[in-house]
Design a protein around this ligand. Structure first.
Ligand SMILES: [Fe+2]
Ligand SMILES: [Fe+2]
Length: 147
């Protein structure tokens, strides 16, 4: 990461909030919490975006941190058999709007991060494609190597 100070400036209030800290209590992949996964996705997204001129790095970092801000354990049977994969982007976006007053653009970045799983909702911003790719890469690494 070329500019960790800039990353921290965009991320700090979210990372230090009590409500986001709840993500430490929910597991995402194996022993990786939603908090750790979300931080990894935000850091990878920022690293990928740093070299591309004209990107909105603030929205990218904040949306990446909040992309899985659904605030429940999706491994319990009633969630496993629900449509979590399809519905959590909306839940996360709504929670982000409630707790962090995200912009419409940041809402969209969160809403579209599961594409192509959510086939009818592809990213509409360049930042969204980066978050989408970083999420897949981090998820693959966590699932394959860090159980
Ligand atoms: Fe997700
Ligand atoms: Fe994710």
């Amino acid at each position: 990461m070329k500019d960790p100070v800039l990353f921290d400036r965009f991320a700090q209030d979210i990372l230090e909030s009590a409500v986001f800290a709840q993500c430490r209590c929910f597991m995402q992949h194996g022993r990786i919490s939603v908090y750790a996964h979300s931080l990894s996705v935000a850091q990878m997204s920022f690293r990928l975006a740093e070299g591309i001129p004209g990107l909105d790095l603030r929205s990218l970092v904040r949306a990446a941190l909040l992309h899985d801000f659904f605030l429940y354990d999706w491994h319990v049977p009633e969630k496993m058999w629900s449509l979590h994969g399809w519905t959590h982007p909306v839940t996360a976006a709504e929670n982000a709007r409630t707790y962090f007053q995200v912009s419409d653009k940041e809402y969209s970045l969160i809403r579209t991060h599961m594409w192509p799983y959510t086939l009818l909702h592809p990213p509409v911003y360049r930042e969204g494609w980066i978050i989408c790719a970083a999420d897949k890469a981090c998820s693959a690494i966590e699932t394959l190597f860090r159980r």
